[in-house]
Design a protein around this ligand. Sequence first.
Ligand SMILES: Cc1cc2nc3c(=O)[nH]c(=O)nc-3n(C[C@H](O)[C@H](O)[C@H](O)COP(=O)(O)OP(=O)(O)OC[C@H]3O[C@@H](n4cnc5c(N)ncnc54)[C@H](O)[C@@H]3O)c2cc1C
Length: 414
Amino acid sequence: MKFDIIIIGGGLSGLTAGIALAEAGKDVALVSAGQSSLHFGSGSLDLLGCDEKGNDIYKPLDAIKAVNSKHQYNKLEDVSSLAGVAKQLLERAGIATTGNITSNHWRITPIGGLMPTWLSMEGMATIEDPDQMPWRKVALVNIINYLDFPTKFLASGLRDKGVEVDVKAVSLPELQKLRQSPTEMRSSNIAKVIESNELIVKLAEEVYKVAGEGYDMVLLPAVLGMTNSEKSQQLLKLIKVPARYVATLPPSVPGVRMQTMLRKRFTALGGTFFTGDQVTEGLFEDNILKGVKTAKLDGTTLEADNFILATGSFMSRGLKADYNRVYEPALGVDVDDLGLDRKTWAKIDVTDAQPYMEMGVKTDENLRCMRNGTTISNLFAVGSILSGHNSIKRLDAGGVDMLTALQVANNIIK
Ligand SMILES: Cc1cc2nc3c(=O)[nH]c(=O)nc-3n(C[C@H](O)[C@H](O)[C@H](O)COP(=O)(O)OP(=O)(O)OC[C@H]3O[C@@H](n4cnc5c(N)ncnc54)[C@H](O)[C@@H]3O)c2cc1C
């Protein structure tokens, strides 16, 4: 089977590249092994949230100009324009967002912190300035027995910011069956139960009963709408008082929604998605990747003019480590381990910025991979598999994922 481009990995970065290339009329195939990291995300995408010392960044565009020389943002032709293209690409996939590149806004974390971010999916609670909370009194309305929305932490975090908080809880008889086992009471299962218009109306009525008066804002767990935003938006409108969602602990319903909608857009554009399959080997000739073999397409080689490696970081097994080395398992491309001694890969305090987070595949200035020290002319890498950035220390994950993907799409189209 032959395509113009084959993308390996179907998370945020692979799908962004796939959509951009399919929109440009390319014949694109995407092979993806399993769930992507979006299933754990927050419904917000970060561009650059913290400086080297951990201070919040208010104006990301200025800060991007000062990132260190290894950061992948140095390989982008025009960060500002790519950021605009990313927002529009999401919009065309039906994913409306608030936020822009000139100013970060702040999202509320599931444990009550405030984090600077770039784009937040519509309906999520956002704050323009963390030093000026927009609400005096908030109702935090959980679903009874749902444990992945830790209201004690959330309330405490908001109170620390001077907000008066009342914690409430509601339920519907239809959720009773999930309550029989705590492991069933998960966000994705709640989303599957509350899908009909009738239940959305009933839930809005229950929320209104406990928080309909006396609050500047009603905050709800983001547990509605796995496939589109229609239901979650409908609930906010029906509650009749200002209401917004806060991300829950994983699984993340907004993240799954983003993944589902991006994939839908990719296939609607004619892209081919090989799901649940894994690239196991690359066939290289004279520093060109000719084709890839997969675990399930026995005996078939997938061929293309260009390939994009978007297999993610350690969590998605795009990178692996043994006692001696960090390596890229699918195609055996070169990894930048920062020259660190094994003992210094990780720091004992888990809250420290972990050095291993900055390891990733090596690329040239056009984001092309290297193998045994030589550039592979038609193999690019995008997203969290890249070296030189630290999504926990600098809060730059979504920006690196989407903007490197768009840059590579441009590099291929050129
Ligand atoms: C708990 C959590 C919270 C987060 N919160 C935020 C946030 O608030 N803001 C933000 O900007 N970012 C956040 N992130 C980070 C963000 O989700 C990731 O940076 C992003 O999803 C990575 O996208 P990716 O496409 O590079 O990789 P991934 O999403 O990891 O996708 C890689 C895909 O490749 C597949 N794959 C791997 N190997 C192969 C192979 N050999 N063949 C075929 N397929 C393969 C995997 O199965 C996976 O589907 C969060 C991440 C986590 C874990």
